[in-house]
Every structure is written in structure tokens, then in C-alpha cells.
Write a protein that binds this ligand. Sequence first.
Ligand code: GRF
Length: 214
Amino acid sequence: MTRRVAVLISGRGSNMVSLIEAASVSGFPAEIALVLSNRPDAGGLERAKAAGIATAIIDHKDHPTREDFEQAMDAVLQQHGIEFICLAGFMRVLTDWFVERWAGRMINIHPSLLPLFRGVHTHRRALEEGVLVHGCTVHFVVPELDAGPIIAQAAVPVIPTDTEESLAARILVQEHLLYPQALRMISDGSARLEGGRVVFSKGWSGEGALRSPS
Ligand code: GRF
């Protein structure tokens, strides 16, 4: 069964492209049926259109409240028959209403090894703290920001000459490998949310859920 997936973006959409590319390969258990942006100028919209994917813009500035904005998004998601949501650089905090409506069906990629460095400026903070290993995480979305149950992580070494930019670039390479793997896992049911924890299917080998330093 091929799951219908929406990718929600606010910016350049490089993770979105990695999901579109992975899903275009025959046998992948999900199809990217919609790319939705809250910003009309998001660069990812053109990249999605170029790949022949349906796009929608729901500008949060056109809506008086967060709830109103999210109801508009939800209506478009329903119209497109969406089953799973991937947040990919989507820069709006979501209300409990929306998160609970999509519980177990919405995932996010975060540029740190959660639960370290929730929130923004993760690479800068990792350098400030002097960690030697950093990375990225795909997790189910729960009401608390960047706190949801973890599906997959990738780790990279932090090297002495790293800058925020070099570290971000090294991790982005891993993000582009990790996010499609996590989408595969939730789409084919090998990772699912049960009782607030991720349950991995029997027979799941662990391959892809933890990528080692490259
Ligand atoms: C990525 O670093 C992702 O981890 C974070 O926002 C960034 C989005 O980049 N949530 P892109 O729009 O996918 O290129």
C-alpha cells in the first residue's frame, strides 16, 4: 500500500527534495502527494512544482489566529487525502489541536541528537558546548516542541576546525539520507507510535535507524 504524504515547508526544501526523490523510486511505500508551505516565497515550492508535485500555500499571515490557520491547512490536507505529514523546515509552532489530530501520523526532522539541543541554533550551541558527536533526529510530533518519540537518528563527528556552517552542511547530508528512511519505516508500519513510545516491528534489523559517522 502506498501512503499519501504531505511535506510541510517554510523555506528552501532540501529535505523535501530528498523525500520526493526517495518516494519516486518504485516500491517505496509512500508517495509525496502534496507540498504545503506557510510562506508564499518558500524556495521549495518551485522545486516541488518542477518535480510535478501538487503544491499549496496557506499563508499564516492571512489567518487571524493559529487555530484558523491550522483549520485551513487541515482542510487542504483532507482534500488531498493525506495520511502522513512530514515537517521539513516548517517554521510554525503547532497547537495541541493540530498535533493531536495527526498523532502518530506526523513526523519532524530536527538538526540535533535529541533530547540534546531542542529549539533553534542547534549547531552553534553544539559547538559552544564542545560536544564531539552531533547529528539529526526524526521523531513523531507531540505537543511539546522537539520532544516526541524518536524513530531514527544519524550521528556525525564534530571536528576541531568546524564552524556552524561546516557542521550544518555535514549534518544536512545525513538528514537527506535519514528522513526518507524514517518515512519508509512509518509508511510500511515498521515504526509506529503506541502508548507514547515508538514500537518497531518484529524482524526490523535496525538498519537505517542509526547511521554512524561518515
Ligand atoms: C533542516 O536542517 C531541518 O533539520 C530543520 O530545518 C532545516 C530545513 O532545511 N528542521 P530544508 O528546508 O529541508 O533545506
